[in-house]
Design a protein around this ligand. Structure first.
Ligand code: DGP
Length: 125
C-alpha cells in the first residue's frame, strides 16, 4: 500500500525491523547513522537501498527534521557506497520515493541506488 508521507513514524515497518536485527538483510555498508543493503526484489543488476538509522518516514521528514550530522552522513555514505561498488564510471541512478504519487511502499526513508545496465528513461512515458 502506498505510504502517506505525512503520517507519524511507525516503528513496526520492515526497515525498522531490519535495523533492530529482527529481520535479515544482505548488508553492503553500515556506520553510526546509515545502513545499506541489497533490495529483496532488485529492479537492476545492482539495486541497493540506503537508509538512515534514525526514525524518518520519508525524504520530506528527513530533510526537515534530521540533524546536519545525519544528513551529511547519509549523503556521504550514499556516494561512497556507489563509488566502492564501482558504479561511477558506468553510471547509476539514485531515487527516493516520497508519498502516494511516487509509489513509496515502506514508510522509512530509503534511497534506491540502481546500476549495472542502461536504466532507460527517468520516468515511464
Ligand atoms: P519503495 O516503493 O520506494 O517504498 O521501495 C521499497 C523497496 O523495498 C522495494 O524495492 C522492495 C524493498 N523491500 C521490501 N521489503 C524488503 C525486505 O524485507 N528486505 C529488503 N532487502 N528489501 C525489501
Amino acid at each position: 500500500m502506498a505510504v502517506d508521507a505525512t503520517q507519524p513514524y511507525d516503528d513496526s515497518n520492515i526497515f525498522a525491523r531490519i535495523l533492530r536485527g529482527e529481520l535479515p538483510s544482505k548488508k553492503v555498508y553500515e556506520d553510526e547513522h546509515v545502513l545499506a543493503f541489497h533490495d529483496i526484489n532488485p529492479l537492476a543488476p545492482t539495486h541497493i537501498l540506503v537508509i538512515p538509522k534514525g526514525a524518518y518516514v520519508s525524504w520530506d521528514d528527513f530533510s526537515e527534521k534530521a540533524s546536519d550530522a545525519e544528513i551529511a552522513a547519509f549523503v556521504r555514505a550514499s556516494g561512497r557506497i556507489a563509488r566502492e561498488a564501482g558504479l561511477v564510471e558506468s553510471g547509476y541512478r539514485v531515487l527516493a520515493n516520497t508519498g502516494p504519487n511516487s509509489g513509496q511502499e515502506v514508510p522509512h526513508l530509503h534511497l534506491h541506488v540502481f546500476a549495472g545496465r542502461p536504466l532507460g528513461p527517468m520516468l515511464a512515458r
